[in-house]
Design a protein around this ligand. Structure first.
Ligand code: ADP
Length: 328
C-alpha cells in the first residue's frame, strides 16, 4: 500500500507539472489585435494576443485535469487497499490453515491423552484412599489392594508405551532394507502367542517368503498390533489366520479373525487416535486405549503402503496390509 501511495504521489506531482506546462508562456503572445485567431486555429508560427478569457480557459482546464487525476489516483488506491486487504486475508487464512489444523490436532491429542491417563490414576487414588481410611487391613485385603495397584500401574505403563510409540512414529528413525514378510509374521506371532494360548485361540500362519523394503522392527510392530487385536476381539477357542501373497508390484498381508467384527459406522474411525468402537459390545474384552490401529496405520503409511479392513459384525474382520515389493 505504501508503495502504491508513494508511486501515486510521484505520478501526481510529475503529471501536474506536465499539465502546468500546457499553459503557453507570456513570450508566446504578441501584438495588439484583439480579434486574434481562436485557440483551435493557433498554429506553431501564429502570433496571437493574450486575452483574460483565454488565460482563464487554460488555467481552468489545467486545474480540472489536476483534480481529475487526484480523484482517480485516490480511487485507485482505495481499490488497491480493499483488494489488497481481501487478497492478504485470503492468503493468510490459506497459509495458516495447516498450522491451525496441526495445533488443533495437538490440542485434541493432549486432551485425549490426559483423559486416558486420568482414569487409571483416579482408580489408584480412590482404592488407596479407601484402604487408608480403614484402621487395619487384613492380609487378603492388602493383597487385593496391591494386585489392583499393580494392574492399574500396568495399564498406565501400557498407555505411556503407546503414547511414546505414537510420538516416535511422528519422527521415526527407520532403517530401510530388504526384509522378508515371512520373518515379520513369525516375529509378530512370537509376541502374541502367550495371549493366544490363554484364550485357547489357534494362530495359523501361511505367509510366504515375499520381500519388501522397510524397517523390520516397525513392520513387526504393525503386524503384532493387528494380531493382538484379532485375539483381543475374538472369542475363546476361535481361529486367527495370517496369510499373504505378492501381486504385481505389491505384497499383501491378511490378518483374519472370527471375532466380534466391526460395525460399518465405526470402520471409518478405527484408525483415529483414541477411537474405540462401542465398548458395550466388547465389555468382556481387555480394555485398550484406541491407539494400536493409529500406530499401525502410521507405520504402514511411512512404508508407502496402505492398511484396510473388511468386517462383518458377529462374523469377524480381515485387516489387509499392502506394501511395495522390494526390487529384486
Ligand atoms: P484398542 O486398544 O481399543 O484395541 P485400536 O486402535 O487397536 O485400539 O482399535 C480401535 C478399535 O477398533 C477397537 O476399540 C475395536 O473396537 C476395533 N477393532 C480393532 N481391531 C478389531 C478386530 N480385529 N475385531 C473387532 N474390532 C476391532
Amino acid at each position: 500500500m505504501l508503495m502504491s501511495i508513494g508511486f501515486s504521489v510521484v505520478f501526481h506531482n510529475a503529471s501536474s507539472h506536465q499539465l502546468g506546462r500546457q499553459i503557453p508562456p507570456t513570450s508566446f503572445y504578441t501584438g495588439i489585435n484583439t480579434d486574434g485567431p481562436l485557440p483551435s486555429q493557433v498554429g506553431p508560427q501564429t502570433q496571437i494576443r493574450r486575452t483574460t478569457d483565454f488565460d482563464e480557459f487554460f488555467q481552468r482546464r489545467v486545474s480540472e485535469g489536476r483534480h481529475e487525476l487526484l480523484v482517480r489516483l485516490v480511487w485507485l488506491n482505495a481499490l488497491a487497499l480493499v483488494a489488497g486487504a481481501i487478497f492478504s486475508y485470503a492468503l493468510a487464512r490459506k497459509t495458516l490453515e495447516p498450522i491451525e489444523a496441526a495445533m488443533e490436532s495437538q490440542k485434541r491429542f493432549i486432551s485425549d491423552a490426559s483423559h486416558e491417563l486420568r482414569t487409571p490414576i483416579t482408580a489408584l487414588q480412590t482404592t488407596n484412599e479407601v484402604a487408608l481410611r480403614k484402621q487395619r487391613l487384613k492380609p487378603e485385603e492388602a493383597r487385593d489392594l496391591i494386585l489392583h495397584n499393580v494392574a492399574e500401574a500396568a495399564k498406565l505403563k501400557e498407555l505411556s508405551d503407546s503414547l511414546l510409540s505414537l510420538l516416535r512414529q511422528d519422527s521415526p528413525k527407520l532403517t530401510y532394507r530388504s526384509i522378508s514378510l515371512q520373518d515379520v509374521a513369525r516375529d509378530a506371532i512370537n509376541q502374541i502367542v502367550a495371549t493366544a494360548l490363554k484364550k485357547n485361540i489357534t494362530v495359523e500362519d501361511s505367509v510366504p517368503n515375499i520381500k519388501t523394503r522397510g524397517d523390520s522392527a516397525s513392520l513387526t510392530r504393525a503386524v503384532t498390533i493387528l494380531l493382538d487385536n484379532a485375539i483381543k476381539y475374538s472369542h475363546a477357542k476361535s481361529r486367527v489366520e495370517i496369510s499373504g501373497y505378492a501381486k504385481g508390484s505389491h505384497a499383501y498381508i491378511f490378518v483374519k479373525d472370527e471375532g466380534t467384527g466391526i460395525h460399518a459406522t465405526d470402520i471409518p474411525h478405527i484408525f483415529d487416535r483414541f477411537y474405540r468402537a462401542d465398548r458395550s459390545r466388547s465389555k468382556d474384552q481387555r480394555e485398550g486405549y484406541g491407539l494400536g490401529l493409529s500406530i499401525a496405520h502410521k507405520i504402514i503409511e511411512q512404508h508407502t503402503g496402505a492398511i484396510t479392513v473388511e468386517s462383518q459384525p458377529g462374523k469377524g474382520s480381515t485387516f489387509t496390509i499392502k506394501l511395495p515389493l522390494a526390487a529384486s
